[in-house]
Design a protein around this ligand. Structure first.
Ligand code: DON
Length: 549
């Protein structure tokens, strides 16, 4: 089964399973398909993370996060007065060296079973021309005004200045040529030769920093997956340079000390405990976590039960701890206590989940960061570049586009990976059987979304549609707000939370897009595309029966 934000991409992944490919083969095909049919987030010019569990029990996590170019410097996004600029978000300086193609190549090299070219071929066919479906038409329409400012993007994605409508044909010829080079040349088809030349030319045109040397040096890295238990369930998630797994672990470990069921679902007590756990976990995240190849990471302690108990000891049931009073707990440091309002954000990353007939499971979250990334499209190569440099700390104590106030550990340095919140995650039952494959877009809200999907299944026994569909909460330490999706908290509950000293705020729009797969105890696979964004979970007939065995 493949669950993704786009039906066409899920169908392509499922077709690979039907042809006898395994979950990694299907993930690779889904990834390249998303780069064509979901160009806002699916990508060649971005990066991401994969968590995999082979049916024999082997687990792996792959880091294909972008890195800062060799010519990057710590203060490159500050103006003459030392204040952050928007250059980390828009234009050529905003891009890290892309990791996605290297990631897919490496995942396939280690685990793939079908020929590489066969996994890229469906995406080539899509780039040669697709009939525009509703999901794509809506996205292009929504951002048509943005494309008009970028001629290279407008030439591909607009006709006579307007977005293509449902049923019209969209041809991405340059992208098809790039994908053909990747199909035949593998990783080198992207990081060397014509594609690398086009990318370097684009950078030169826009005074960007990425060179062919940066591209040639890029490598995806295997890391030890981050593992912890939640109420007996085994959680396998992403270690740094994603903050996802460690922050998820601290949050869930803190929550494990309370009888949530006695509190009642989305009750005042439940939301209060969620917010208190999140404040503490994000305070640590924002201060300590960064690229482990540059900064020693306190993850072992951060995810320990003992540390969760220490963090719990400062939680009061009758009063919220204000964020200023929640200090990072893993060592001496100072954090500027400033209240900020998060800038509005959309959901521009994408997550897909795959389980094959043998029970192999793959969770991938990948992104350009903002919608359509830096909005710079590599002329002649047909793909958008990321604006992941904004995930670095441009200046300690100031907020990035997600309102995240991060520390010096995550400062820009050449060759360094910027801290992420992406949280591709696999959950096993207490008996060690595959139970849940999940993840989501949403910047910092990714971690709280994944925490709730897991808690909904483990604590509340929800089936997958309910666990994914339930209204979501979010807190990220700063700003000191408890966000909730529209109508997610009853007015009386919001009032009671306010009386406790929480700051509940109705979030405009939705939180997350958690395309997930659950293996029920009776052996049935259930897949869900998050109703917030659509897409599809596509199952392959007969697969569920085999997983039962
Ligand atoms: O890596 C990260 O945490 C972010 N660049 C993810 C961005 C994202 O999810 C965008 N969607 N809101």
């Amino acid at each position: 089964m493949v669950a993704s934000t786009d039906r066409v991409a899920s169908e392509i992944g499922a077709e690979i399973l039907r042809r006898g490919g395994n979950a990694v083969d299907a993930a690779v095909a889904t990834h390249f398909a998303l780069a064509v049919v979901n160009p806002e987030a699916g990508n060649l010019g971005g990066g991401g993370f994969m968590v995999a569990r082979v049916a024999n029990g082997t687990t792996a996590s792959l880091d294909f996060r972008e890195v800062a170019p060799l010519r990057a410097t710590r203060d490159m996004f500050l103006d003459a007065q030392g204040n952050p600029t928007n250059r980390s978000l828009e234009g050529h300086l905003a891009s890290g060296v892309p990791g996605s193609v290297a990631g897919m190549w490496e995942a396939h090299r280690r685990f793939g079973s079908l020929p590489w070219a066969d996994l890229v071929a469906p995406a080539v066919a899509l780039a040669d021309g697709i009939v525009v479906h509703a999901r794509l038409a809506e996205s292009l329409q929504e951002y048509a005004a943005r494309f008009r400012q970028y001629p290279a993007s407008a030439a591909i994605f607009l006709r006579e200045g307007r977005a293509p409508r449902v049923g019209e044909r969209l041809v991405q010829a340059d992208l098809a040529a790039t994908l053909r080079r990747i199909a035949s040349g593998g990783k080198e088809g992207f990081y060397r030769g014509r594609t690398a030349e086009l990318l370097e030319e684009e950078m030169r045109r826009g005074n960007g920093l990425i060179t062919r040397e940066d591209l040639a040096r890029y490598d995806a890295k295997w890391r030890d997956p981050l593992r912890f238990d939640y109420r007996g369930y085994q959680v396998i998630s992403m270690p740094p340079p994603s903050s996802g797994g460690a922050t998820l672990a601290e949050m869930l470990n803190i929550m494990e000390g309370y009888d949530l069921r006695a509190a009642g679902y989305l009750s005042t007590r439940h939301a209060h405990l969620f917010a208190e756990a999140a404040k503490r976990a994000y305070a640590d995240r924002n201060t300590y976590l960064a690229d482990p190849d540059f900064i020693p990471q306190p993850t072992a302690r951060m995810i320990s039960e003992a540390y969760a108990a220490e963090r719990r000891s400062s939680i009061r049931l009758d009063r919220a701890t204000p964020s200023e009073a929640v200090r990072p707990g893993l060592g001496p440091t100072t954090v500027a206590a400033i209240a900020l309002t998060a800038r509005p954000e959309g959901e521009h990353t994408t997550h897909y989940s795959v389980v094959d007939a043998a029970g192999n499971a793959v969770a991938v979250t990948t992104t350009l960061n903002s919608l359509y990334g830096s909005r710079v499209l590599v002329t002649g190569a047909g793909f958008f570049l990321n604006n992941e440099m904004d995930d670095f700390t441009a200046k300690p104590g100031t907020a990035n586009q997600f309102g995240l106030v991060q520390g010096a550990a995550n400062a820009v340095a050449p060759g360094k990976r910027m801290l992420s919140a992406m949280t591709p995650t696999i959950v096993l039952s207490p008996e060690g059987r595959l139970r849940l494959v999940t993840g989501s877009p949403g910047g910092p809200t990714i971690i709280t979304t994944v925490a709730q999907v897991i808690s909904n299944v483990v604590d509340w026994g929800m089936d997958l549609p309910a666990a994914v569909g339930a209204p979501r909460l979010h807190h990220q330490h700063l700003p000191d707000r408890l966000y909730y999706e529209h109508d997610g908290l009853a007015p009386a509950t919001a009032a009671a939370l306010r009386a406790l000293g929480q700051a509940p705020e109705n979030r405009a729009g939705y939180q997350g897009d958690a395309a997930s797969i659950l293996l029920r105890p009776d052996g049935l696979l259930v897949g869900v595309a998050d109703p917030r964004r659509g897409g599809a979970a596509v199952g392959v007939e007969g697969a569920a029966k085999e997983v039962v065995r």
